[in-house]
Each structure stands twice: as C-alpha cells, then as structure tokens.
Write a protein that binds this ligand. Structure first.
Ligand code: PNW
Length: 502
C-alpha cells in the first residue's frame, strides 16, 4: 500500500484493509496419530509411532504415547461440533494406514477402520464441511518398517495399493486428497537424524533413499487417480511440503544468497523440483554437490539415487495444488568449517549455516520463532520458482507450554501471518486459495509429547475423557472466517484485553 504523508490519507491507509477473496477457504488441521488414540482398538494394526513410543519412551520429552491422545476415534460427533462452531469451510485430517490395512498390505482390509472414517466423513458432509484428507501423516504400519520402510523401493507400490483403497472407499465423497505430509520431515528426520520415528541415523543416506521411494509413490498414486477414478470422482490430488523462508544473512552478499538458495533447494526443492518444476527431477545443485561429496567420501556412485526418464515423467506435474506447511524462517550464510559437520550428511551436502534471529519472538517450541514476513516472502519465492501454482496453506500455527485459554500470543501469530497472506494475494498476486490453522486442538506433539500445545482448543489430558475447551484464538479465528478480514481490536466477550507483559 502506498500512502502519502498527508495525515488524512495515512488514517485512511491504516483503516483500509485487504480482505480474503470470495471463494477463499478456511479450515483447521490435525493428524491421525496425534489425536485419534484407540491405538489397538477397532482392529487397528501397530504403526511405527506405536512401536517407538512403547519401546523408547526416553525419546519422548514427557515419556508419553499417542495411545489415548485426544480420543478422537470415539468423538467424531463432538469434533464435528467444534468444527461447526468455528464455521470452517474444510477440515484437514489424516487417515491412519494401520487402521485401514492392519498389516500394511491391501490383502486384508479392516472394515471397522473404514466405518470410522465413513462416519467422520459423513458427519462432515452433513455439516457442509469439506473433508480434506491426508493419506500419510507419518504413521507407517510397523510391518512395512520391518521390510525397511521408505528406503525400500517396493514400499512405493504398497503405498499405491493403499491409496487405491482410499479412492475406492471414500472417493465418492472425498475429492480433496493430499498424498504425503512433509516428506522432508518423514525422510530426513525418520531415516537420517532420528528426530522422528523410526528414528534411524543413516545420515546422508537414509533420507535420500526414503525420499526417492516416496516421490515415486506420490507420482504413481496421482497417476492412478487420473487413470481409474478422476472421470467419476472429479477430485484433486496434491502433496503437502514444509518449508521455512531462507534468507541471506547479508542481502548484498552473493555468497549468502547462494547459501540461502542451497538451503531452499536441499529442503524444499528436493521434493518440489521433481513435482512442480518445468524440467522435473532433483535440483541440479543437489545432483552435482552430492555426487562430488560422495566421490570424495569414497562411494562408488552418488548417495542421491537417480530417477529413470520414465519416473521423471510420472512425477513431473503430479499435483493439482501445492500444499504448504509453514511456521518460521531462517537467515543463511556460508559455513566456513564444513569439516565440523558429520560426513556424509545432508547438512554437509548443503554447506550452509542457517539460524534464527534472536530478536524474533519465541514460542513453546525451540525451532519456532515468529517472523510473519517470512510467509509472504516464501509464497512469492514459490510462485516465481514453480510456475505460479495454486497454493493451499495446509498448516500454520503457534505453540505454548502453558495451555492458557487467553492465548493472546497465538492470536497475534494468526493475525500477523494471515495479514502477510493477504499482502501476498493482493500485492504479489500469489494464488493462495486455502488456509488451515494447526491445530484444531492440543494434541500429541511427536517427540515433545504433550508438553507443546498448538491447539485453538485446549485439551485436558489429565481427564480420561479428554474434554476440549475453546481458547481465545478459536473465537478470533471464527471472526476472521465470518468477516473475511483481520480485526486487530477484536476481543471475544469472555476474555479480558491482552496483557502483553504477561
Ligand atoms: C508439522 N521442524 O511438523 C507437522 O505436520 C505436525 O504434525 C506438527 O504437529 C506441527 O508441524 C507442529 O510441529 C513439523 O523440524 C515438523 O521444524 C518438524 C518441524 C516443523 C514442523
């Protein structure tokens, strides 16, 4: 917005606010393992998070599990009532693979699992809320881990068989599909750095093998939809990638610009380039750097597997929208002492040092610092790099460790990040069509257990019934949905004005 210095004009500029375009949709997101509970009820099989939390409680901050979580398996009616009260257009949730296929394979279907998701989907549709379904949000069936998990290339076709069941059982009513949530986290943390289940530590190797299978699985699941289901079901299939905004520490420095660009390519481009770029395949900088590093390290061939021409074509263009999870940002510069990094490793391959500004507001999560402008910059980066895709923000949110109902800092986070979305839409013409807040309610926050809360509803985990209570952010989000704009002065009736010193 360009404002003249004239006071009257200034006043006008402050008042005049952008609104969300007609047709823009709001929702909230959750994931099966984080909310469902009922880990061994209703015929569900064991998955890698069940196994890890049961056998390695030391890996979870409070030693907890998702055995009960929010008990959403037993609470579809109540959860849909919360969603109705919020007035959301869609609900993004994930399906537990082990609930549908207890041994991971499509030869044995668990009807109780199908019934559960049918009940949820039907209730949503009755409430005029669009189901937006993630097929895989990290909970791999344990039997598939026992044959190696994602680094085993045969798991790609096993995933496609699972996707086929989902299209067949639910595709008459579900027309918005996300194959994978955050493959970079699944692969790098799951198979290289042990940040997530199955907590393997094959740095510089496991993550790349995992990603390769996963990208092929995604591409094939997308092609299957268009071959066998699209004509009848008329839906859309995409993928959700996570990215931070990576900025050069010194904007004028070519070295820092290159470092930020490498961080982008090695985290986001790793998945986005094969799917969303014109040329397909992994980014050039990944191919060349990993090849060179591998040679130096004594490998006979690159640690980064290569796609066949046919695979490149299957994966290229295999998404109807770009799902984006975004929470925070970083500045990047060059690493002088790469020798300190483990070799081989993804971080040594990147050769960039990225960090967060100490000036940014902190949250309940060590990695999450508030920098709203990063979201707008990232949206513009994606628009320019990947031929202006339709972007759906599938997660964005703020954590605390208190669980306070007067969650002013979360309200402030949503207001300021959504304001950047408005600027990206109106001033940069980025095609953003959906926004989902993470999360509908406090839930099992992976390695952090129940210590970090992202919910706009409070969940009392000490109460066996796991009751939900709306926080201030739930009312503010509802107001944004109702009015289609951000009102910084809006304070819901039940809450006192924010005390920022508290
Ligand atoms: C997302 N990081 O994950 C997930 O999709 C959710 O399941 C999760 O609860 C939410 O964000 C909050 O953490 C992330 O390494 C995983 O910085 C890893 C990171 C960030 C987000």
């Amino acid at each position: 917005m360009k404002c003249a210095i004239v006071v009257l004009t200034l006043l006008f500029c402050v008042k005049a606010q952008y609104e969300f375009p007609t047709g823009f949709e709001f929702g909230v997101a959750t994931a099966s393992y984080q909310i469902e509970g009922a880990w061994n009820d209703g015929g569900k099989g064991e998955n890698i998070w069940d196994r890890m939390t049961h056998e390695r409680p030391d890996l979870i901050e409070d030693g907890s599990t998702g055995d009960d979580a929010c008990r959403s398996y037993y609470k579809t009616e109540e959860d849909v009532r919360l969603l109705t009260d919020l007035g959301v257009d869609f609900y993004r949730f994930s399906i537990s693979w082990s609930r549908i296929l207890p041994n991971g394979h499509a030869n044995q279907i668990n009807q109780e699992g199908i019934d559960y998701y049918n009940e949820l989907i039907n209730r949503l549709i009755a409430a005029e809320i669009t189901p937006f379904v993630t097929m895989f949000h990290w909970d791999l069936p344990q039997p598939l881990q026992e044959i190696g998990g994602w680094p085993n290339p045969f798991v790609a076709d096993i995933f496609v068989d699972y996707a086929n069941i989902l299209y067949k059982e639910f595709g008459d009513r579900v027309t918005n599909w996300i194959t994978f949530n955050e493959p970079a986290v699944v692969c790098e943390q799951g198979y290289s750095t042990a940040g997530k289940a199955p907590a393997y530590t094959q740095e510089g190797i496991g993550g790349y093998l995992c990603a390769h299978t996963l990208l092929i699985a995604h591409g094939k699941a997308y092609r299957l939809y268009y071959r066998d289901y699209f004509e009848e079901q008329r839906g859309r299939v995409g993928i959700t990638l996570d990215s931070w905004m990576y900025m050069p520490e010194d904007e004028e420095s070519q070295e820092d610009q290159d470092a930020a660009e490498r961080a982008f390519q090695f985290f986001l481009g790793w998945y986005a380039n094969p799917i969303f770029s014109e040329e397909g395949d992994y980014p050039e900088v990944m191919k060349s750097r990993i090849e060179a590093q591998s040679q130096e390290e004594g490998f006979r061939s690159s640690r980064l597997p290569s796609f066949t021409d046919e695979e490149i074509e299957i994966i290229k263009g295999s998404a109807d929208f770009f799902g984006l999870n975004h929470y925070t940002s970083e500045y990047c510069t060059t690493v002088t002492g790469t020798e300190d990094l483990p070799r081989p490793s993804h971080s040594a391959d990147i050769d960039a040092f990225c960090y967060q500004s100490p000036d940014w507001e902190s949250s309940g999560s060590s990695w999450l610092k508030v920098y709203p402008e990063g979201l707008r910059k990232l949206l513009v980066w994606i628009k320019q790099r990947y031929i202006n895709p339709e972007i759906m923000i599938t997660e964005n949110g703020f954590s605390d460790r208190t669980g306070t109902l007067a969650d002013c800092r979360r309200v402030n986070y949503f207001n300021s990040y959504l304001e950047q979305v408005l600027l990206a839409i109106h001033e940069d013409e980025v095609n953003v069509t959906r926004y989902a807040a993470w999360s509908l309610m406090d839930n099992f926050e992976w390695r952090q257990g129940y210590t970090e809360r992202f919910g706009i509803h409070y969940v009392d985990f000490d109460d066996d019934d796991k009751p939900r209570t709306p926080k201030m952010s739930a009312f503010v989000f509802k107001n944004i949905i109702q009015t289609g704009g951000i009102d910084w002065d809006y304070t819901p009736e039940a809450f006192p004005p924010c005390d920022w010193d508290n």
